[in-house]
Design a protein around this ligand. Structure first.
Ligand code: HEM
Length: 277
C-alpha cells in the first residue's frame, strides 16, 4: 500500500541502509579492515559525533560501524538468520541514496571475497504521520539527541511488519493506537504506544525508517527502528520493548510481526568491527 492511500506522509527526508555483515573464514585480517575504512573515507563517521548531523555531513553521507552482541540478540516471529546471526552492522544514512548505495556496492565484494555475506535492510526517513503538536512536545521535544559511541555504546535494531488488518484500518483508527484509551468514566484503560514507551524518552535515542516502496509488501520490512543508549539504560530499553509488546497496554502490537531484535556495540573502525569472539 502507498502512504498517500493511508493518509500518511509521502515526503522522504533521507535514506538509510543497514548492512548486516556475516564474516567468512578466509583472509579477514588487516587488509580487509583497511579496505573497509577506505570505503568510508568520503563519509562522516558518526562514532565521535555529538548531536544531530550538520547539513553538509548529511548530504555527503554518514556511517556507524557496530559489532554484534550476539548474546543479547533475539529472534521474534519473523525468523531472519542473515540478520540475527550476523557478526556486525554498518548503518548508513544520507540525504540521497547514491553515496550510501556506492558504499554498499563497494563493501559486498570485499566481504564475499572472504566467504562472507552482506544482508541489506533499506528504509526511507519520513516526517511523522500521526503526531500532533502536543504529542510532539510529549514524545520528541525532550527526547535524547544522538551522542558519541563512548557515551552511548549500545544499539538495537528492530525490523518489523504490520499485518494486513492494520493497513486495512481507517487512519483515525490507526492513529488512536498511539494514544491512551479511556472508558465511559474517563478512566484510562489502555496506555497506547506513546505512554507504554514513555520511560524511554530521556535516555534512548530513537530513529525510524519506513519501507521505501510502500507498506505491506513482500521482501521488505514496513519499519526498521534503530536505538542507541548508554550501558546503564539497557534495562530501560528492555522495559520499553516489554511495554510495547504487552498487548493489554499497547493493543497496536496485536498487529505487529517482529523480525530479530538485533543488538550491537558501536565501534570506531573496521579493525574493531572485524574482531572475532
Ligand atoms: C522510547 C519511547 C517511544 C516513544 C515516546 C514513541 C512514540 C511514538 C509515536 C508518537 C509514534 C507516531 C509517529 C508518527 O506520527 O508517525 C511512533 C511511531 C512508531 N514507533 Fe514509537 N515510540 C517510542 C519507542 C519505540 C520503540 C522502542 C519502538 C520499537 C520497535 C517503536 C516503534 C515505532 C514504530 C514502528 C512506529 C511507526 C508506526 C506506524 O506508523 O504505524 N517506538 N512512536
Amino acid at each position: 500500500m502507498q502512504p498517500a492511500d493511508l493518509n500518511m506522509t509521502t515526503t522522504v527526508t533521507g535514506h538509510q541502509l543497514f548492512l548486516f555483515v556475516t564474516f567468512g573464514d578466509g583472509g579477514a585480517g588487516g587488509e580487509l579492515a583497511e579496505a573497509m575504512d577506505r570505503l568510508g573515507q568520503g563519509l562522516e563517521n558518526v562514532h565521535d559525533v555529538d548531536g544531530p548531523p550538520s547539513d553538509d555531513a548529511f548530504e555527503r553521507g554518514r556511517f556507524q560501524l557496530l559489532r554484534a552482541e550476539s548474546g543479547l540478540t533475539s529472534e521474534n516471529q519473523i525468523i531472519h538468520p542473515a540478520v540475527s546471526e550476523s557478526n556486525g552492522l554498518i548503518r548508513l544514512e544520507c540525504a540521497s541514496l547514491e553515496p550510501i548505495k556506492e558504499y554498499e556496492i563497494g563493501l559486498r565484494p570485499l566481504i564475499e571475497r572472504t566467504g562472507g555475506s552482506v544482508e541489506t535492510l533499506a528504509g526511507v526517513m519520513r516526517p511523522r504521520s500521526y503526531t500532533s503538536h502536543a504529542m510532539s512536545e510529549f514524545a520528541y521535544a525532550h527526547a535524547m539527541p544522538p551522542g558519541p559511541g563512548e557515551k552511548y555504546p549500545l544499539a538495537a535494531v528492530t525490523p518489523m511488519n504490520k499485518i494486513d488488518a492494520w493497513w486495512q484500518m481507517d487512519f483515525l483508527h490507526r492513529e488512536s493506537f498511539f494514544l491512551p484509551r479511556y472508558d465511559e468514566n474517563e478512566e484510562m484503560v489502555v496506555k497506547g504506544h506513546a505512554l507504554a514507551s514513555a520511560m524511554g524518552v530521556p535516555g534512548i535515542n530513537r530513529r525510524l525508517v519506513h519501507s521505501p516502496d510502500g507498506y505491506g509488501l513482500e521482501g521488505n520490512y514496513d519499519f526498521v527502528g534503530y536505538f542507541e543508549f548508554a550501558e546503564a539504560d539497557a534495562p530501560v530499553f528492555r522495559e520499553v520493548m516489554a511495554g510495547l509488546r504487552d498487548t493489554v497496554q499497547n493493543p497496536e502490537w496485536k498487529y505487529v510481526l517482529e523480525g530479530p531484535e538485533w543488538w550491537g556495540r558501536r565501534v570506531r573502525d573496521a579493525a574493531n568491527l572485524l574482531i572475532r569472539d
